[in-house]
Design a protein around this ligand. Sequence first.
Ligand SMILES: [Zn+2]
Length: 57
Amino acid sequence: MRLVTEKESTYVGRCIYCGTTQEKLTEEHISPYGLNGCMTLLDASCLDCNKKITKVE
Ligand SMILES: [Zn+2]
């Protein structure tokens, strides 16, 4: 297992929440628990889900 210790970017290409590939997708930033670092998922959430997640946070 490789530790994520620096910023990384991963291209996803579909919404990680609802799975759509149709909507315009946006970046998603995640910070894995127990790991120092931030991961950027490119094109990983649609605008609808992004709004919902932003509201919750
Ligand atoms: Zn979605």
